[in-house]
Design a binder for this molecule. Sequence first.
Ligand code: SAM
Length: 316
Amino acid sequence: MISFRDWMAKAVEEYYRRSDFRRDFFTAPELDRSFGYALAEYIAGLLREFKEPVLLELGGGSGALAYDVLTYYKETEKEIYRNLRYYIYDFSPTLIKVQRERLKEFGNKVFWVESLVNLEGVVFSNEFFDCLPVHVIRDGKELFLQNDSELWRELEDDRLVEVLKRMGYENLSQTVEVCLECVDFLREVAAHLRRGYHIVIDYGYTTEELKKFPDGTMAGYKAHKFYPTPSEGMDITAHVNFSLLEEYGKDYGLESISLKSLRDFLMESSVFIKELERLSVSEEPEDVERLSRLKTMLVSMGGRFKVIVQRKLQEA
Ligand SMILES: C[S@@+](CC[C@H](N)C(=O)[O-])C[C@H]1O[C@@H](n2cnc3c(N)ncnc32)[C@H](O)[C@@H]1O
């Protein structure tokens, strides 16, 4: 017998460690460079207060986001680019190889780390927290798996009981996923961020939106198909609870200064809007294709994804 949480942790790690990296999903940076440019533009506004800015990306994937962020700074924010150091934290040797190849042209600006580094700057991620394993809970019981069948057992972990109580979820009659690793990562980020910002972009919900997902948010993706019941060999994810990030961030000195949908975040980006306007009047086949990808980003991802920005002030 194994808890769903342990099964998911193992399945996700095996999935990303596989040597035959397959594309079962597209992330926003893989759809179009405008996503990375919009994020880079936003981060530039935060980085101006740092003389030697450092960026740390959690979960670099194919390196697409790092490539676009670095390209944006190289081309349009030369002052930031000159002093910038870009760290990537990832546990997949396969993907690190892909990232190294993709980011070759940025030479010694990019570093790969096996654990978080102390820094002043910005820690950020896109579709990283949704990979972290969750405990699945319903009516005060936790989901375990035994030979393909489900077992529901009384809660044993005091941390789970504490989270359910603090978030006000104890008496909900629906499935709730609790990501203790998300809390642990927040603590780690805060411990390493001497001063700066933490940005999480991911699909997710707030406590108020929890009722939209009565059976939970767990899902698997394989070859671009969605499977409500995930199994091994798939990209397995659970939506991120942004209220949990806000609530537990406070314990570690991470104050949430903004939480909005990805659509709103992109529509407030001047670089994104300019590109959208340019593509809208172009008849070039490549531009027409890109416009449709930007629309996908705004329409189908835009409402489901959120962007949270947390600030860590320097400790006295
Ligand atoms: C869905 S991909 C997102 C990639 C990229 N951020 C993007 O937007 O295209 C998730 C990434 O996080 C990494 N990852 C997932 N769980 C991790 C963990 N617990 N520790 C370190 N890296 C992890 C995976 O190897 C992969 O690179």
